[in-house]
Design a protein around this ligand. Structure first.
Ligand code: R5P
Length: 303
């Protein structure tokens, strides 16, 4: 069976790297927006028979960027799945490195939808036979799916990237309770007996305002703050300020998904970070650690 990697408009670097590792054929797409704002996408193929009974892997992240928002990225994803399904492949394995709306995973205030669940159902209904994402905010959302779903762990590649910087007496900080397991996994990959310190964060559900409590003595040490998403940078900036006050020499802001919305980069640098380290789940200036191998291994384990 031949393997094809469809390089979604939002994940072109990652898809090409992945195809190289899998020795798969890359399929590009033609995409645009119509004057009324509707999305258009076609798989760039010459013959409709090309995917028949073959293994098709679709790679498309869904983070907002300066080029397109998450809604457009999601529409393109569904169009790719639906177009592939019409061509009767053996499998449609959908890789969404960053799953947009993943933070809308429960009802915080009366009247809300659990919208990420609707999006997952749509991916399945469009024709996905397997679903892969990375460090999803709450893996519990997979429960709505009837197809195999995998939440890949980026902590090893992120820890290795930090280790390559040459760390001195490192301490890992997790900015809130939800990030604790992730930070522990990160610390384990960093080395033996690396301490993990948890801060306490509260976010006002109406205003989004963050308050963070934590005290730490990290005089002369290197601090790594690990989180899943760096969006506005508010959470990370607060944690950096506390680490700075505690005397940290070097502070790495590590996020699997560096969305870096608006002035997030300025916010993090002004707070005192030395470097922002993220993965290529999203194309960004923090794209230091590649997920290509992690994804390739996960796909190969299912072959
Ligand atoms: C929240 O629970 C997440 O794990 C992140 O801490 C949060 O989404 C980061 O958002 P922001 O950068 O806007 O503070």
């Amino acid at each position: 069976m031949k393997q094809y990697v469809v390089a979604g408009p939002a994940s072109q670097f990652l898809a090409v790297k992945l195809a190289e590792l899998l020795d798969a054929i890359v399929i590009s797409t033609e995409y645009k927006k119509f004057p009324d704002g509707e999305c258009y996408l076609r798989l760039d193929i010459d013959e409709e028979s090309v995917f028949f009974e073959q293994d098709v892997i679709i790679v498309q992240t869904t983070g907002a960027s300066a080029v397109a928002d998450q809604n457009q990225r999601f529409m393109e994803l569904i169009m790719m799945i639906s177009a592939a399904k019409r061509l009767n492949p053996a499998h449609i394995r959908v890789v969404v490195p960053y799953l947009a709306y993943s933070r809308q995973d429960k009802v915080f205030r009366p009247g809300e939808a659990i919208f990420v669940e609707e999006l997952l159902k749509w991916i399945e209904q469009a024709g996905a036979t397997e679903f892969y994402t990375v460090d999803v905010h709450a893996p519990k959302v997979f429960e709505v799916l009837n197809i195999p779903a995998f939440n890949l762990d980026p902590m090893e590649v992120l820890a290795q990237t930090c280790k390559n910087r040459g760390l001195s007496d490192p301490v890992v900080i997790c900015p809130d309770k939800g990030a604790f397991e992730r930070s522990r996994a990160f610390a384990r990959h960093l080395g033996e007996n690396i301490p993990v310190v948890q801060f306490e964060k509260k976010r006002d559900v109406k205003t989004g305002q963050i308050t963070m409590r934590g005290e730490i003595d990290v005089q002369g040490r290197d601090v790594i703050i690990a989180d899943d998403i760096i969006a506005t940078g508010g959470t990370m900036a607060r944690a950096i300020q506390i680490a700075k006050k505690g005397g940290a020499t070097t502070i790495y802001a590590v996020g699997t998904h560096p969305l870096l919305i608006g002035n997030a980069v300025v916010k993090l640098i002004s707070a005192g970070t030395t470097e922002i380290i993220g993965t290529d789940a999203l194309d960004s200036i923090a794209m230091q650690a590649s997920l290509a191998e992690t994804i390739a291994n996960a796909l190969q384990n299912r072959d």
